[in-house]
Design a binder for this molecule. Structure first.
Ligand code: HXC
Length: 260
């Protein structure tokens, strides 16, 4: 099913998978305020829907997103961007609890690379190009690039990219751990849909717990993270889906999760 109430994104659902497609083709999907607001509204609505088990964010074959909208912010003052807390709204995407996959083809630059990295998993087309070119514009990343890229690929490569604006191709991105997998551009959407459907076929509360536990590793010491994981593992035993999942294994049949 499709929803056409948005102007800068397209949304659709197929079973338990929701897809949000950035759609400002004339600006290579640059993230202006309208697109940001529409994407966040759509993603939060899908996150709140118990019938949705995974969300795919994607762009076109030419561009995932070429960054924040430079034309929109070019004349802003410090007072403007500080008062508006420009880019602060993206914390709402990071707070989404349903698994989110970025399916990236073409340019993922600046805010586009940062948007891709806010998701839980990046799948890249073989033509994907990742970069943080902000320094060439006289600014630095503002949607998490200096932090998430460093955690994803390590200090030396992240420093090189953030200090020079060098763009990284899909193969290097896979080698560096930025993306989970590289696929031919023609099969990006089907591969992303299949991955999302696999995740959406799991128990939603368990997938949410799993996502929260992996994310915890960014926010805590190893011993705190291990304790969190163990307690959340224990909590899984309070769900009907744990009973079903283990019973199905024992009975040599496919599990049917009720997401409870
Ligand atoms: C606004 C953009 C845009 C952007 C492209 N466009 N990127 N508009 N903001 N980030 C527009 C172009 O102005 C142009 O509009 C149209 O999209 C097509 O782009 P072209 O440059 O003609 O396409 P091409 O020659 O194929 O080059 C593609 C490109 C280049 C290499 C991706 O567009 C580019 O370098 N874009 C900027 C990338 C960037 O610096 N991103 C980081 C932004 S800063 P017209 O009207 O001329 O047809 C950021 C974080 C900021 O994201 C945080 C700190 C404040």
């Amino acid at each position: 099913t499709e929803n056409s109430s948005y102007e800068t994104i397209l949304t659709s659902t197929n079973g338990r998978v929701a897809t949000i497609t950035l759609s400002r083709p004339k600006a290579l999907n640059a993230l202006n305020l309208q697109l940001t607001a529409e994407l966040l509204e759509a993603v939060e609505a899908f996150d709140a829907d118990p019938e949705i088990g995974a969300i795919v964010i994607t762009g076109s074959e030419k561009a995932f997103a070429a960054g924040a909208d430079i034309k929109e912010m070019a004349t802003h003052s410090f007072a403007d961007v500080y008062a508006a807390d420009l880019f602060g709204a993206w914390d709402r995407l990071a707070a989404v609890r349903t698994p989110v996959i970025s399916a990236v083809a073409g340019h993922a630059l600046g805010g586009g690379c940062e948007l891709a990295m806010i998701a839980d998993i990046i799948i890249a087309a073989d033509n994907a190009k990742f970069g943080q070119p902000e320094i060439k514009l006289g600014v630095i990343p503002g949607m998490g690039g200096s932090q998430r890229l460093t955690r994803a690929i390590g200090k030396s490569k992240a420093m090189e990219m953030v200090l020079t604006g060098r763009v990284m191709g899909a193969d290097e991105a896979e080698r560096s751990g930025l993306v989970a997998r590289v696929v031919p551009v023609a099969s990006l959407q089907s591969e992303a849909a299949e991955l999302a459907a696999t995740i959406a076929g799991m128990s939603k509360p368990i997938a949410m717990i799993a996502k929260e536990s992996v994310n915890r590793s960014y926010e805590s010491s190893l011993s705190e993270g291990l304790l969190y994981e163990r307690r959340m593992n224990h909590a899984c035993f309070a769900t009907e889906d744990q009973k079903e999942g283990m019973a199905a294994f024992v009975e040599k049949r496919q599990a049917t999760f009720t997401h409870r």
